[in-house]
Design a protein around this ligand. Structure first.
Ligand code: FE2
Ligand code: FE2
Length: 275
């Protein structure tokens, strides 16, 4: 079980409490959290803490590049309270095998995982949510028409953007990354990367992730954080459950791309350019 140790200095400039030098075994089980590290660094190191960060309102996917101290402050949490909460999380949860360390995986394996888990899930959920939203609008349009119209508009924008986004990754960016990975690892010919560098489509994908993140935040706000109205039927509940599942999956999906796959692909391409 890990213990969270505070880094120094704190975001507010005060020096943190230093603990006595721990036994070597204790060092191996200790995590140092520093306000200057990025949110992405923390989540890469501890993917099992994602859910807790999510419930604290700390954005670890599109906002992964922000310093942790700033993200904690923006979520309205004092730094010492944040450390205490993470200590609780650490004590309560051992690493679940589901939280694999994708930072160590070859890029081609990570690409396949993203396709098999996240792209497949998104493509299954979107048509299902289309149907649920249409049914809920018919059944509850009179009483909740204004909210449902706003929700439909946000959802339609997200759906349309995701359709083209997934296609661009699947047809252009991911094959380019796999080609670079194969070449650098001696398993393929040197690929010709369209657009000159993968950094160009990556910039576009990151902008689209920001837009998707904005739409998800808008949906959460419109639904009052998925709080069901008193007269909600089972279809209404299925819609909110499905939207929340889509949100959680997209956060994880975008984290894997923005914080691991994309920066590592740009570095690997730089290696390829040296040949
Ligand atoms: Fe993706
Ligand atoms: Fe993406």
């Amino acid at each position: 079980m890990k213990n969270v140790r505070e880094g120094v200095p704190f975001a507010n400039g005060e020096m943190g409490k230093r603990k006595k030098t721990p036994h070597p075994e204790a060092i191996a089980k200790t995590t140092v959290i520093h306000p200057d590290q990025t949110v992405a660094d923390l989540v890469i190191q501890h993917p099992e803490w994602r859910e807790r960060l999510e419930t604290m309102g700390i954005d670890y996917c599109c906002g992964g590049k922000h310093p942790l101290g700033e993200a904690v402050k923006a979520a309205g949490i004092e730094w010492p309270a944040f450390l205490a909460l993470m200590n609780e999380t650490s004590a309560a949860k051992t690493v679940d095998p589901v939280y694999e360390n994708w930072n160590e995986a070859p890029l081609s394996v990570l690409v396949d995982h993203i396709l098999e888990k996240h792209h497949t899930f998104t493509k299954e959920q979107l048509p299902r949510l289309d149907g649920l939203l249409a049914k809920v609008r018919v059944a509850h349009g009179v009483k909740h028409g204004e909210m449902l119209t706003r929700l439909q508009s946000l959802y339609d924008g997200l759906h349309a953007e995701l359709d083209t986004h997934l296609m661009k990754e699947e047809q252009i960016l991911f094959p380019a990354i796999k080609g670079i990975d194969a070449f650098v690892n001696g398993k393929g010919e040197k690929p010709v990367v369209q657009c000159g560098s993968v950094a160009n489509p990556i910039r576009q994908m990151e902008a689209e992730h920001d837009s998707a993140g904005g739409a998800l935040a808008g949906i959460r706000q419109t639904t009052d954080s998925y709080r069901l109205p008193a007269d909600a039927c089972l279809t209404f509940k299925a819609l909110y459950d499905g939207l929340q599942a889509l949100e959680a999956d997209l956060h994880e999906h975008i984290h894997l791309e923005n914080n691991i796959l994309f920066p590592k692909s740009i570095k690997l391409e730089e290696v390829m350019f040296r040949y």
